[in-house]
Design a protein around this ligand. Structure first.
Ligand code: DQA
Length: 148
């Protein structure tokens, strides 16, 4: 089973980007932790970070051909991107939305997620751990549904 892990804009700066909000772990560190959980679960990961909406759309479309699910932190595009939402809906793969910060405890505009209606569920506010729990929940659901 292959899972696409998609990190959106500015997440390449994790570690030094507003550490009081996003923590001190780097994206490489989070990806290493994800790789450890993936090994334990016996799944393969394709991990991509992009600052470009169209590239994220391309990766979601590609995953529709060769992945069983998507773990996504759309970052700022969460709140703006009809294109990402439409791509997720189009491929119809099970997906889990992750946010490091508690988006409900921040600015008003972060409360709206355009992708939330097309994902299985969301994890937010637990920092990097949210990715690990999100991956576990996604793989469990795929297996329960008999697709892995
Ligand atoms: C974020 C929350 C978004 O509102 C923000 O634009 C990000 C990161 C998070 O992981 O907490 O870039 O998705």
């Amino acid at each position: 089973m292959r899972i696409l892990v998609l990190h959106g804009p500015n997440l390449n700066l994790l570690g030094r980007r507003e550490p009081e909000v996003y923590g001190r772990k780097t994206l490489a560190g989070i990806n290493r932790e994800l790789a450890g959980v993936a090994e334990e679960l016996g799944v393969e990961l394709r991990i991509i970070q992009s600052n470009h909406e169209g590239e994220l759309v391309d990766e979601i479309q590609k995953a529709g051909q060769d992945c069983a699910g998507i773990l996504i932190n759309p970052a700022a595009y969460t709140h703006t991107s009809v294109a990402l939402r439409d791509a997720l809906a189009a491929v119809a793969l099970p997906a889990v939305e992750v946010h490091l910060s508690n988006v409900y405890a921040r600015e008003e505009f972060r409360r709206e997620s355009l992708v939330a209606p097309v994902v299985l569920g969301r994890v937010c506010g637990f920092g990097a751990d949210g990715y690990l729990w999100g991956l576990r929940a996604l793989v469990k659901k795929i297996r329960e549904d008999g697709n892995g």
